[in-house]
Structure formats: C-alpha cells, structure tokens
Design a protein around this ligand. Structure first.
Ligand code: SF4
Length: 121
C-alpha cells in the first residue's frame, strides 16, 4: 500500500510554520488559552483560506485549522473551561476571538458550526 503524502505548496507560507519554535501543541490543545493563541496565529496567516478549505474537505475531526476550532468533526465557537468552577472565578464558557471566514467558505463552515446555544465539549 502506498500513501500520497504530497505537501501542499501553500503550507510553505503557513504562519504556524514560520517560527523556529514548535507551536503545534497550541493547535491540538484542550486548553482554551492555547486555543485562543492558536486562533490568533491563524488570524495573521496568509493561507487561512486554503488551510480551512483543506480541513473542511478532509472532514478534519480535531484541532484549530484555518482559524476555526474543529471538535468531533464540527466547528465550535465557544468552549467550556475544564475543571470545577471556583467561588471567586466561575469558569463559564469562553467565546473565542472571531477569525473571519473567507467569503467562499462561509456556507460550508455554517453547515458544520455548532451554534453557541447548542454547546458542546
Ligand atoms: S490558518 Fe492557522 S493552522 Fe492553517 S496554516 Fe495558517 S496558522 Fe497554520
């Protein structure tokens, strides 16, 4: 069996690949602070469109791709913090920074986005 592991050209321009530091943990973390950092990196990325399109096409199950958080094959716009709420600081839901979706992908993204009222995770 052979696998086609051709790396797309646009990946050369990925913001998440632009530093010497390995930032991949941010993009696959369950920690909301890491997820927010990953989404902010994506917001500055010149290849956010092809990255998001590629994630949608391969039905990416997990991680931050193209500025969106994929969870169990859907896109989440909020996430509940882990752990028990303290009396001083209730944990609550964290709304993520809004990373704009390219116009040509909006309909596809809407189809897999879980609305804030229907919380997951
Ligand atoms: S959009 Fe985000 S995950 Fe995709 S290549 Fe750019 S920085 Fe990396």
């Amino acid at each position: 069996m052979t696998f086609n592991l051709k790396v797309p050209e646009w990946l050369e321009h990925a913001q998440c690949n632009s530093s010497d530091e390995d930032l991949s943990y941010l993009f696959f973390s369950n920690d909301v602070n890491d997820i927010v950092k990953a989404k902010r990196i994506c917001a500055q990325c010149p290849v956010i469109g092809p990255c998001l399109q590629s994630a949608l096409e391969r039905q990416e199950p997990w991680g931050v791709w193209g500025g969106q958080l994929f969870f169990d094959g859907n896109i989440l716009t909020i996430k509940r913090r882990r752990g028990r709420p303290s009396k001083k600081a209730p944990l609550g839901d964290v709304a993520f920074p809004d990373v704009p979706v390219p116009e040509y992908l909006r309909e596809k993204v809407e189809q897999v986005t879980i609305p804030a009222e229907r919380k997951a995770a």
